[in-house]
Ligand binder design. Structure first.
Ligand SMILES: [Zn+2]
Length: 176
């Protein structure tokens, strides 16, 4: 297979409710989780406080921060490509273009870069929120459920990219 990966569910240690789904390893070696987040979580279901294995930005080592930056860049490019495909499929379909030059390389790279910048901006927001948590006087465990975006961002990214890629195939091979 082109993309070999393993995934994992993380659960509340008390009630077993799943609060995170993530791609653990790509090609069995590349660890895909950045581990940025609140070290202490409170289950939204049963209220149990537990250790998350995540770490705030302020306590990350230079090598962990570098890893975060590299993974963010890779993720942003992956999301950029996955969303660029349906973007031009939709535009091509809507404008009914038969131009074989559409979309041009310039258009494609601009689109990939635009989506990638959005993802990178979101990662910067995560770091800012992490710093706020680390600086706050009262250290409260963060309430977590499956839909908490900060602790389950990979899940949202995979859903958005899958929908995008399916849309691309649908328009390209079914509609046209
Ligand atoms: Zn629970």
């Amino acid at each position: 297979m082109l993309m070999e990966f393993t995934w994992r569910f993380l659960r509340c240690p008390n009630c077993g409710k799943v609060y995170n789904w993530h791609v653990d390893k790509l090609f069995y070696i590349v660890k895909m989780r950045t581990r940025l987040g609140p070290p202490s979580l409170r289950c939204a279901s049963c209220g149990t406080v537990f250790v998350s294995g995540l770490q705030e930005w302020a306590r990350m080592s230079p090598s962990q921060r570098t890893r975060f930056a590299i993974l963010s860049l890779l993720d942003s490019l992956f999301v950029g490509f996955s969303l660029t495909l349906p973007t031009f499929a939709v535009i091509g379909y809507a404008t009914n273009t038969s131009d074989p030059q559409f979309p041009s390389f310039g258009l494609v790279s601009t689109s990939v870069a635009a989506y990638a910048l959005l993802v990178l901006a979101l990662q910067v927001v995560r770091v800012i929120l992490s710093n706020r948590r680390a600086e706050s006087v009262v250290q409260e465990p963060v309430l977590v459920s499956f839909f908490s975006w900060q602790t389950n961002l990979q899940f949202y990214a995979v859903v958005v990219c899958s929908v995008g890629i399916l849309l691309f195939f649908y328009i390209t091979f079914v509609l046209r």
